[in-house]
Design a binder for this molecule. Structure first.
Ligand code: SF4
Length: 147
């Protein structure tokens, strides 16, 4: 029977496997989830699953903390700089109501009040959330949109 390769975004790893693959302790991964730095895929059983791109994201966060000297609040502020309103082309009216647009201390996916575009989007699948999986850091992404 032909085997199909697993997509890099498919959540297949348990917490302990993710710990092994990333080299990041379980308690740290749990902390990153609690602080909104990573959104795991949650099964109906409430167990978290992770994908290969989640592993990359975890390593990025871990590097910011351990090599670059940021703390959790600092990382949240860095992620808050991603211009989600521009990427998703939110209207002026949507921006004024959106907590993500108006805050600089947490990433947009942590906002409790969002514009209509975001209300019906799964943040885990969103291009904004996934930027750090596709660029080595937030600044590298900003360079592609601001000249
Ligand atoms: S859908 Fe979620 S991750 Fe995407 S821009 Fe909106 S709040 Fe941010």
């Amino acid at each position: 029977m032909e085997s199909h390769p697993v997509e890099s975004t498919t959540p297949v790893y348990t917490l302990s496997t993710t710990c092994m693959l990333s080299g990041i302790p379980v308690h740290s991964i749990r902390q990153y989830i609690d602080k909104g730095l990573i959104i795991p895929f949650r099964k109906e059983s409430n167990r978290n699953l992770f994908s290969q791109t989640d592993v990359l994201r975890l390593k990025y966060v871990h590097r910011l903390l351990n090599d670059d000297g940021l703390n959790i609040a600092g990382i949240r502020s860095v992620l808050a700089l991603i211009p989600c309103w521009s990427i998703r082309k939110c209207s002026e009216a949507e921006r004024t109501k959106c907590q993500a647009y108006n805050s600089s201390t947490f990433p947009c996916w942590e906002a409790s009040e969002k514009g209509t575009l975001c209300k019906n989007t799964n943040c885990r699948e969103c291009e904004v959330y996934r930027i750090v999986e596709n660029y080595p850091d937030v600044k590298s992404f900003l360079k592609t949109i601001i000249h």
